[in-house]
Design a binder for this molecule. Structure first.
Ligand code: TRP
Length: 381
């Protein structure tokens, strides 16, 4: 594959991603400063780091959802996770934004745990494993601080009775030729995956269906998930539901220097799992790929390159507390004043307490996780 080429679909991320180009290819809108300022004004206070530092960079119809919100029609939030193993820090990106929006705007949150999806999409995972990881992942997500009274979970295998009446209607509107073109399916693709996109669409419409009025939906997600929701948006009107709006984030680089923190294929060292003990965290960060030079002398002279550095990406998402601190790390990295070893040491001082606090919150979330799972349809088939 030539250097300038890349592939991004929900099932494959390959090559060096040019995010501006990807936005053009997908036909999404630029998340520009005036729109961010508008969101800041409506939410009050300061925007979170993920919005201030460009990790979220693209959207569909965010302005329209904010218009409705200001006119008294609040939206609900929706995001999800296809469980295949433990959660790592990059998996938190959509949910951290959702938690902030829920806290600021008091809106409901729907989380989908697709314990069927990765069983269909990948070999080597048993049903017991995807279901078990689904619950483990759910504890981690709820631990971010969602409001138990306003948070609802579709856990596919447990919630199928709630999802299926709508899934039937959704699936009838999606021709095979669409999913084949959108997801790049092959003749050997199993038919579970062919149907799956219908299930990922259902939560977008579920509140409108249940409440018998149009309820706007806003989906924070990685831009790799956009293809699913292009399908959703195409069929929304025909079913009489509003098109979901989206907020897209970039993928964050893995610790081994890859363009996403994926651990598929036994690459546990590419990511920081939330369950990693401090020693493992230390080892992974210490060996992480950076934008540094081969010798100290060279780095002092030429400076390093933050944009390619997996450690800088961690500072960027959440570990730099203020924009001033983030600007200082970036500047000192680029100038050669800050060497990689020292930078990693400072970052570790932030990661350890974050992981500790998370573990405690996760234990508390276990107590109410089961109660959030939606199991019944609001009305008959
Ligand atoms: N397909 C997503 C994954 O592989 C899981 C998912 C389900 C999701 N519903 C979603 C992601 C809504 C974002 C938004 O992890």
């Amino acid at each position: 594959m030539p250097a300038e080429e890349f592939v991004v679909t929900p099932y494959e991320v390959k090559g060096r991603i040019d995010y501006a180009r990807l936005r053009e290819l997908f036909g999404t809108q630029d998340l520009d400063a005036p729109l961010l300022e508008r969101l800041r004004r409506i939410a009050g206070g300061e925007l979170p780091p993920l919005l201030r530092r460009g990790v979220y960079y693209s959207h569909r119809d965010l302005g329209a959802v904010l218009d409705l919100f200001e006119r008294g029609s609040p939206f609900f939030l929706y995001s999800g996770r296809g469980p295949s193993g433990p959660l790592h820090t990059s998996h938190l990106v959509p949910f951290e934004l959702c938690r902030w929006l829920q806290e600021r705007l008091g809106v409901p949150m729907y989380i989908q745990i697709t314990d069927d999806e990765k069983f269909w999409a990948r070999g080597g995972l048993s049903r017991e494993e995807t279901a078990r990881w689904g619950m483990e992942n759910l504890y981690d997500l709820l631990a971010l601080g969602f409001d138990p009274a306003r948070t609802h979970v579709f856990f596919d295998s447990k919630s199928i009775a709630a999802l299926y009446p709508l899934a039937i209607r959704v699936a009838r509107r999606i021709p095979y030729s669409t999913v084949k073109a959108v997801f790049g399916f092959e003749p050997s693709t199993n038919i579970g995956l062919v149907f799956y996109t219908a299930l990922q669409t259902v939560p977008c419409f579920w509140p409108s269906w249940a409440e018998e009025r149009p309820v706007p939906c806003l989906i924070p997600c990685g831009i790799d998930q956009d293809p699913h929701f292009r399908v959703t948006r195409d069929i929304a009107e025909g079913l009489g539901y509003p098109k979901p709006a989206l907020l897209h984030s970039q993928m964050l680089p893995g610790l081994l220097g890859e363009n996403a923190m994926s651990t598929t294929g036994d690459r546990a060292d590419n990511a920081l799992f939330l369950s990693d003990p401090p020693k493992t965290v230390e080892r992974k960060v210490r060996q992480a790929f950076t934008g540094g030079r081969t010798t100290v002398e060279e780095q002092r002279r030429l400076g390093a390159v933050p944009e390619v550095c997996s450690v800088w990406a961690l500072w960027r998402t959440r570990f730099a507390r203020s924009d001033d601190e983030f600007a200082a790390v970036t500047r000192d990295c680029r100038s050669g004043a800050l060497l990689c070893g020292e930078c990693k040491g400072r970052l570790l001082e932030r990661i350890h307490p974050f992981f500790e606090a998370h573990a405690a919150a996760r234990e508390r979330a276990k107590e109410w996780a089961e109660s959030t799972i939606v199991t019944a349809a609001p009305k008959p088939l």
